[in-house]
Design a binder for this molecule. Structure first.
Ligand code: ADP
Length: 588
């Protein structure tokens, strides 16, 4: 039988995984049970929405069995199954392309970051097994197929016999080593406690044959060994439990099981709402930025359940773009199971839920900011950029919603500060909220433009991300204080300092200034004398809607985007902004 190769990248990932020093090998069970549960979700949904298919409740379950002598652990489900093509497509490719590049960039040290981040759940089976066999029969199919692999070398697929629809995964458990006690995964009691630990909330029964003893009939002290089939999990989904019954670990497990992130969530929010619309929701704010977060590939959304039944894995309408980092699920009894995507978008209930969720996330972020500054700053480091995009997009529609959540590095505090904090520290005579743009805090520290403002004792916000200045231009002001770039030709400082004298000096220097301007040509709009410089001879300043930093960003963008921005920067096309060369009046 011909061996099929894994896709090249998958092969490398698989090798990494198999040889990973990842210690928490037991999570393979959670991964396989989670897949089994998903597969039952799918068939359950079909059975509920397709009149030609009917199942009984008892038909949905997962069964774990152990064959100690042959070192086989088997996990069987009565889920939707996989066709031959699906076996090959789903189990032949591990990760999305590009994920290895990501790994290099992010200095992941072992397999840990890969698991979950790329949905390689199934492959975690290779951490504990020498050989993995998957026998599956898909719903609506007569044939069953066996997929088999001993690891990175490849896999085979061949037809086989299987009675009902569903999937059986058999793991040939590795021999024990000095460090690893793989034998544990053949121990019924150990397995049972792992199911309890990681998969208690799966809503279908996870059954195990538990050896037990029973009094022999007619005897009072003679026992016989019997096997009792037991449902090991509680089967109540976590979101249906009372918050008081749940521990942080329960939420963290749920987060990991659902592959919401490979980190520990920074915060979880459990909502049980009864009112205009009834729903339950568990929301997570991740700690780390997902590798594809700031790319087009990233899909926002929450899992949507109608009365406990999954109807959509990622419903985008539940989250505004600026909160696209939120992960989690919503379950509502007010939604119809048969609702189509188009109808869903217009559902009044869904809109209400989305609005509640948005408000909830906002208020949780604000309380994090107030009560746990350190956590908020970690959140902000990962997702602050998205909030700033949120202010900038949709013509500033959401600026009021988001402005309190902003933070920037402060020249005087030497740490992150909110706009509210800045304003509360403003000097009596200070008119503006000053900011300076640059590549990094260190570079901004050395900008000639900041000297005068800093000398006045005014605080300056450092803008180091491209979106910063764009967002601030849309914001325009905060608590009625306008923003002012330190590169602006009018800083609002010089006005009262001897206008007359300045004019006469400029008059004297006129010829030289003209000559300089001629030499510089198109590069600047004007050359002026300046009072703002202290230790530097010259600097650039700008006037109008597009600053020098913004222009750099606009120039570096692909054309289509450039045009989009052009439209929104107060209607000013790029490149005609007023740029001035400021010459220190004492040094010329
Ligand atoms: P993920 O679950 O994150 O998609 P996996 O590698 O664990 O990644 O699984 C890949 C795919 O294989 C799943 O998305 C699913 O389509 C399919 N699959 C895995 N296990 C099963 C199963 N027990 N029954 C049906 N399909 C499965």
């Amino acid at each position: 039988m011909a061996k099929r190769q894994f896709k090249a990248e998958s092969k490398r990932l698989l090798e990494l995984m198999i040889n990973s020093i990842y210690t928490n090998k037991e999570i393979f069970l959670r991964e396989l049970l989670s897949n089994a549960s998903d597969a039952i979700d799918k068939i359950y949904y079909v059975a509920l929405t397709d009149e030609n298919i009917r199942f009984n409740q008892e038909d949905y379950y997962i069964k774990i069995t152990v064959d100690k002598d042959n070192r086989i652990l088997k996990i069987a489900d009565t889920g939707i199954g996989m066709t031959k093509d699906e076996l090959s497509d789903n189990l032949g490719i591990i990760a999305k392309s590009g994920s290895l590049d990501f790994k290099k960039d992010n200095q992941a040290k072992d397999g840990y970051d890969i698991i979950g981040q790329f949905g390689v759940g199934f492959y975690s089976a290779f951490m504990v097994s020498d050989k993995v066999t998957v026998v599956s029969k898909a719903l609506g199919s007569e044939e069953a197929y066996r997929w088999e692999s001993e690891g990175a070398e490849g896999y085979s697929i061949e037809p086989c016999e299987k009675e009902g629809v569903g999937t059986e995964i058999s793991l040939q458990i590795k021999q024990d080593t000095e460090d690893d006690h793989y034998e544990d995964f053949l121990n019924i009691h150990r397995l049972r406690s792992l199911v309890k630990k990681y998969s208690d909330f799966i809503r279908y029964p996870i059954k195990m044959d538990i050896p037990s003893r029973k009094l022999k009939e007619g005897s009072e002290d003679d026992f016989e060994e019997i096997i009792v089939e037991e449902t090991v999990n509680s089967m109540v989904p976590i979101w249906r439990k009372n918050k008081s019954e749940l521990k942080p670990e329960d939420y963290e497990n749920f987060y990991a099981e659902k592959h919401y992130g490979f980190d520990k969530p920074l915060k979880y929010i459990h909502v049980a709402a009864d009112g205009a619309v009834n729903y339950r929701s568990i929301l997570f704010i991740p700690e780390k930025t997902p590798y594809d977060f700031y790319t087009k590939e990233y899909e926002k959304g929450l899992a949507l359940y109608a009365n406990g039944i999954l109807i959509m894995e990622k419903c985008p309408d539940l989250l505004p773009d600026y909160f696209s980092f939120v992960k989690g699920m919503v379950d509502s009894e007010d939604l119809s199971l048969n609702i189509s995507r188009e109808m869903l978008q217009h559902s009044r209930q869904l809109k209400l839920i989305a609005k509640n969720i948005k408000n909830k996330v906002k208020s949780e972020l604000l309380s994090l900011l107030k009560d746990d500054r350190d956590k908020y700053e970690r959140f902000y480091a990962s997702f602050g950029r998205q909030l700033k995009f949120g202010i900038y997009s949709e013509y500033g529609l959401n600026r009021d919603e988001l402005q309190e959540l902003l933070m920037f590095y402060s020249s005087s505090e030497r740490k992150m500060t909110t706009l509210d904090e800045y304003v509360s520290r403003m000097k009596e005579d200070q008119k503006y909220i000053y900011y300076a743009s640059g590549e990094s805090n260190e570079k901004i520290d050395r900008l000639p433009q900041i000297e005068l403002v800093a000398d006045k004792g005014y605080e300056i916000l450092y803008f180091t991300e491209e979106v910063d200045e764009f967002a601030i231009r849309v914001l325009m002001n905060f608590k009625e204080k306008e923003f002012k770039s330190v590169s602006d030709s009018d800083l609002g400082l010089e006005a009262d300092e001897g206008k007359k004298e300045e004019e006469s000096k400029a008059e004297q220097a006129k010829d030289m200034l003209m000559a300089m301007k001629e030499i510089l040509g198109e590069k600047v709009a004007d050359v002026r004398l300046s009072k703002r410089l202290k230790s530097h001879p010259v600097c650039l300043s700008s006037e109008g809607a597009v600053s020098i930093e913004m222009e750099k960003v606009l120039r570096s963008m692909p054309v289509e985007n450039g045009i989009a921005y052009r439209r929104t920067v107060r209607g000013r096309p790029v490149g005609i902004q007023q740029r001035h060369l400021q010459i220190d009046e004492l040094k010329w």
